[in-house]
Design a protein around this ligand. Structure first.
Ligand SMILES: [Zn+2]
Ligand SMILES: [Zn+2]
Length: 398
């Protein structure tokens, strides 16, 4: 099968790489993507899109009405924010902003988005329907997708299907992950404050030691996934922070634990929340203390609808080859595009950006994260191809 957009996307490669490197040098944290969104809006404006700025603070929405009759609207999503990490790569396009880095690849997503915008506008006369581009701020934990939804992202027009991508340093260049169902996890957080009774380090009998209680809680929390969750179902409970005490001869009165909970199914999510609360409160009670447990719901699992996923699969197969599609991988990472996919059927996929030969194999959020930029035109071609298929109703076929 030939890939209609690949040659054209490859012809954009220098521009895509230059744009990605420019964004990489000038990373901006969530809801502070002023330069990035300005640049995006200007490029879209110049291409002839109907551009809406300030959607969800620093988000940008752009519309393209195709030249053929058709009432479907296809939403394509690209996130734009960077992370509070000091870059350690020694490259000409290294971040010039101290302590801020595109360590998740959202610079690449933004560049792919501009590439997609360019090609779809070029083919405007052959498009039956509307393309809606979503350039999203603040994906990294600040809820940029929710901010855009609250600002009317999904109205006027309402999308019929939503597609998005993420580069992946876990997967080799030239491959992709396209998977139906839950592909990324629900990501929730918890904070526990243990209240004991402080006192002299020499007289434990007069105290309730919050350090000991917290330590027992950390260990007991690890029994939840090991002993309560069905082994067929993934789940994670991580305690990432534990703070208590000031001095070696003082028994601490309080201790604080903070952690994250990951799950793919609503049932496991509910179980993990319930057991975290029970274990913390129960262990504290057993040892004479009390535990105040706060559970905070984060993003939902990213759930790909079967038909839009089949469309993406066909597009990836056309661009990369059918044998390059991984349909089984999933990750306990979280993604706020799940908020869109909870409201509009659609699919999210990973495009391989790893190259061991070139050293592009550090994990996401690592200070040495980088990508093989050859994935950029591939991402453009896949999304253009999938978008056109959806405008023609491929995602509605049984
Ligand atoms: Zn990330
Ligand atoms: Zn990301």
């Amino acid at each position: 099968m030939h890939a209609p957009f690949l040659a054209e996307a490859e012809a954009l490669r220098d521009d895509l790489v230059a744009l990605r490197r420019d964004l990489h040098m000038h990373p901006e944290l969530g809801f502070q993507e002023f330069r990035t969104s300005q640049l995006v809006a200007e490029r879209l404006d110049a291409l002839g899109y109907e551009v809406q700025r300030g959607v969800g603070k620093t988000g940008v929405v752009a519309l393209l009405q195709g030249g053929l009759p058709g009432d479907r609207t296809v939403l394509l999503r690209f996130d734009m924010d960077a992370l509070p990490i000091q870059e350690q790569n020694d490259v000409p396009y290294r971040s010039i902003t101290l302590g801020v880095m595109h360590a998740c690849g959202h610079d690449a997503h933004t560049a792919v988005g501009i590439g997609v915008a360019t090609l779809l506008m070029r083919h405007r006369e052959q498009l039956p329907g509307t393309i809606k581009l979503m350039f999203q701020p603040a994906e990294e934990g600040l809820g940029g997708a929710f901010a855009m939804i609250d600002d009317g992202l999904l109205q006027n027009p309402r999308p019929d299907v939503a597609l998005g991508l993420h580069v992946s340093s876990t997967h080799d260049l030239g491959t992709a992950v396209v998977r139906s169902g839950a592909m990324m996890a629900a990501s929730d957080s918890f904070r526990v404050v243990v209240h004991g009774r402080g006192g002299h380090g020499a007289h434990p009998e007069q105290t309730i030691d919050a350090v000991l209680v917290a330590a027992q809680i950390v260990v007991a929390l690890q029994t939840i996934v090991a002993r309560n969750v069905n082994p067929e179902e993934p789940g994670v409970v991580t305690v990432g922070a534990l703070h208590a005490g000031e001095a070696g001869n003082v028994i601490a009165e309080t201790a604080e634990l903070r952690g994250t909970i990951r799950s793919f199914s609503p049932e496991v999510r509910e179980l993990l929340h319930r057991r975290v609360r029970e274990v913390c409160e129960g262990m504290a009670t057993t040892l004479g203390a009390t535990a105040e447990v706060q559970l905070r719901m984060g993003v939902d699992a990213t759930v790909n609808a079967p038909r839009p996923t089949a469309v993406l699969h066909a597009a990836v197969a056309a661009v990369l080859g059918d044998d390059k599609v991984n349909t089984t991988y999933r990750t306990t990472g979280g993604e706020d595009f799940s908020a869109v996919l909870a409201r509009v059927p659609g699919s999210f996929f990973f495009i391989g950006a790893r190259s061991d030969a070139q050293g592009f194999n550090f994990p996401h959020h690592n200070p040495r994260f980088d990508i093989d930029e050859a994935c950029l035109p591939q991402g453009v071609a896949i999304l253009c191809d999938a978008a056109v298929r959806c405008l023609n109703g491929a995602h509605e076929a049984v």
